[in-house]
Design a protein around this ligand. Sequence first.
Ligand code: A2P
Length: 272
Amino acid sequence: MRGMKTLKLEENIYIPQLGFGTWELLGDDCVNGVKKALEVDYRHIDTADAYGNHKEVGKAIRESGIDRKEIFLTTKVWTTALHEQPLKNSIQRFLEELDTSYIDLLLIHWPNKEIPLEETLKAMHDLKSEGLIRSIGVSNFTQKHIEKALKTGINIVNNQVEIHPTFAQFELVEYCQSKNITVTAYSPLGRGADLEIPEVQQIAKKYSASEAQIIIAWLLSRNLIVIPKATNPQRIEENYQSLEIKLSDKDIEKINSLDKKERLIVPAWNEF
Ligand code: A2P
């Protein structure tokens, strides 16, 4: 964590720019992955109720022996729990599962037009006032959803969305950043597929780095928060070392030009 850049979310609240993603990490893979990440020096862990691994994340944090205050923990509430009472009940359960007294950043996992956004955000604001969560954010929100959220006057500090070279999301990132909403890139490696792009491979050779490191460095250069997921311990460490890579403007431009506007994650409940 020493030397890791953080982004300001709000007064006295900073998020480490590189985090460890846990989507699809279950059971011992999750406990071991999070422990390895913490050993390597990641201090930002990203999970979600829907990932089914809260208890494993909690266990890994506990067993790491690292002070809870040194770790930034994000989780997400599912689309069916966005009315006030289900949301508040969910958070009580999350805290037990994660074995913690607070969540650093709570996100609405996906927008749900069937449930008034204002009700959800007000409930999150109550949780914040009670100290159970520190910051409020959203995920998979388009510009239209963000515009609606901003109308409530509640401080939204993060939007976590799919971003990788073939789905670069330049417009959405620019919009969010112009509203002081930080953006987190999920599936930053395009679920592994963007590692195969010849231009990325050429740039990787030039820097004596891996393709994953080049992509993560490119995302970091855009002032994004990045949460690569890896099961393999070497990859967990390798991804962390991306922090050392500074790409030239020319190489950043080259990766910018790979955008195909092709989304990989389009579930049935999407509102894109
Ligand atoms: P694994 O979990 O088997 O270690 P994304 O974050 O875009 O969803 O991509 C995750 C996929 O990319 C996983 O299959 C993961 O493999 C793989 N991956 C993560 N880091 C690296 C890396 N440094 N090199 C190659 N593949 C990686």
